[in-house]
Design a protein around this ligand. Structure first.
Ligand code: ZN
Length: 480
């Protein structure tokens, strides 16, 4: 068990609080997953990346994390998209679920232990609605749908700090998404209409044929999974994007606690937005930037991870070409340093200045991440370490404890924690400038329509293990 438990901002109390799991070292973590109506926006992945770091840090701290993520494969948006595509719901969502997993792997996000597609949890959802009806906190409206009666749940609005005086008694909202200024009874089960039937999004239930409301899905799936794994009705951490606080998470609390009478989640953690600004990146998959746009343009996932971790998860990030370029450069420096350490004698052990620096790196990173997952500070500490260690390696007498430094560096920057080492082989500065010179010569040849010369340069680079690709941002290269 960790000596110092990590502290995290809790949206429920608006304070940074030490994590207090119900039964340590186990931590149950539920993160709201993608709605698979389309490819996930890069902003969605910013949330999934901060959750990935949270999970990695908890594991590194000695916790036994059970991570659940849902896949929203039935809701207003997926039904509408399936209808527009002229497909059945599952035929429409399946490729986007597959794409989500591919994008997750590209960004090196650790897979959740369980993924719960909503359509596979209908019995649990129906049971939850029955329970809410039984307990009198839900009722059937004259339109045939089942609504949650927010007036019957006294703590409704606590998470989003809603003024309860604004609650409009008797007002109802049927759509999955609505504004905070419109707190009304919301649908937990929607009576099937012709569109639902057409795409195959309707199920029989004792209270009428229909489909679950989006908010109900997360309550039913998370409660089902934690009951099964751990015999509990309370999550340790529930995380998601800040836009989910109202109404989604507020409603999840109402439905879950309304059914179990137990606290739904001890800690609520929310990540801020990503703003895509003035970027020249092409958007091939719709009108927003997706992870696969970035992958297809040869962007190293390490650069994206670094870019996101350079900002605290509770602050918004501007995604720009300049920020991406700077992060790519940073990743390059980490790669060069890694190569240098690895070459400086892997078997070198014993005490030396690098040993002291390594201990400090690990301690300072731990302090930063324990403090509300302060990744930007951890990143700064990492680059300070690289500078200090490079100075030691520059000295004529080779410093001892290189092996210790390599171990500490790999633990922080490598697979284990930040996972921000480059995918590409690092090349030395002389080779890099040769590559730049050859790419410039090729551009010149293409400009003067000498395609034979341009192809020859491509082949010359390929012979040296350098692949090039022409993108809207210029010619990119990758070392094999
Ligand atoms: Zn959710």
């Amino acid at each position: 068990m960790p000596n110092t438990p990590p502290s995290l901002f809790n949206t429920l109390t608006r304070r940074v609080e030490p994590l207090q799991p119900l039964a340590p070292p186990r931590v149950t973590l539920y993160t709201c997953g993608p709605t698979v109506w389309n490819y996930a926006h890069i902003g969605n992945f910013r949330t999934f990346l901060f959750e990935d770091l949270l999970r990695r840090w908890l594991e590194r701290s000695g916790y036994d994390v059970f991570h659940i993520m849902n896949l929203t494969d039935v809701d207003d948006r997926t039904i509408k998209a399936a209808r527009q595509a002229g497909k059945k719901l599952t035929a429409h969502t399946a490729p986007f679920t597959k794409a989500f997993f591919e994008d997750r792997d590209y960004l090196r996000i650790k897979p959740a232990h369980v993924y719960t597609p909503a359509t596979e949890y209908m019995p649990q959802m129906i049971a939850l609605v029955s329970k809410l009806l039984e307990r009198g906190v839900a009722y059937k409206g004259e339109d045939g749908s089942v609504y949650f009666a927010i007036a019957k749940f006294p703590t409704y609005g606590r998470l989003s700090q809603l003024d309860r005086r604004e609650i409009k008694v008797g007002a109802r909202v049927a759509s999955d998404e609505y504004a905070k200024g419109d707190p009304s009874d919301f649908a937990v089960w929607k009576k099937a209409d012709a569109e639902d039937e057409a795409v195959g999004a309707a199920w029989d239930a004792p209270f009428g044929r229909g489909r679950p409301g989006w908010h109900l899905e997360c309550s039913a799936m998370s409660l089902s999974e934690i009951a099964q794994c751990c015999g509990v009705q309370t999550l340790d951490i529930h995380a998601g994007g800040i836009d989910l606080i109202f109404p989604h998470h507020e409603n999840e609390i109402a439905q879950s606690e309304g059914a179990t009478g137990q606290q739904f989640s001890r800690h609520w953690v929310h990540g801020e937005f990503l703003n895509v600004r003035g970027t020249k990146m092409s958007k091939r998959h719709g009108n927003f930037l997706t992870a696969r746009d970035l992958r297809e343009q040869g962007i190293d996932a390490a650069a994206l991870r670094l870019l996101f971790f350079q900002t605290h998860y509770r602050q918004s990030v501007d995604f720009t070409d300049e920020a991406l370029e700077a992060a790519t450069e940073g990743v390059g420096r980490l790669g060069e340093f890694h190569a240098r350490l690895a070459e400086s004698g892997k078997r070198e052990t014993g005490d030396g200045p690098l040993g002291g620096l390594s201990v400090k790196l690990e301690q300072d990173v731990a302090t930063a991440l324990n403090d509300d997952l302060n990744a930007p500070r951890a990143v700064a500490v990492l680059f300070e370490f690289v500078r200090a260690a490079n100075r030691e390696l520059d000295k004529p007498e080779p410093p001892r404890s290189v092996a210790r430094a390599l171990e500490a560096f790999q633990q922080v920057a490598g697979k284990e924690l930040l996972d921000v080492l480059p995918t590409r082989r690092a090349v030395d500065p002389a080779t890099a400038s040769w590559i730049d010179e050859r790419i410039a010569a090729r551009a010149q040849a293409r400009k003067s329509k000498d395609f034979k010369a341009a192809d020859a340069i491509r082949a010359e680079l390929a012979a040296q293990g350098i692949d090039i690709e022409d993108t809207p941002l210029g010619t990119k290269w990758k070392a094999r």
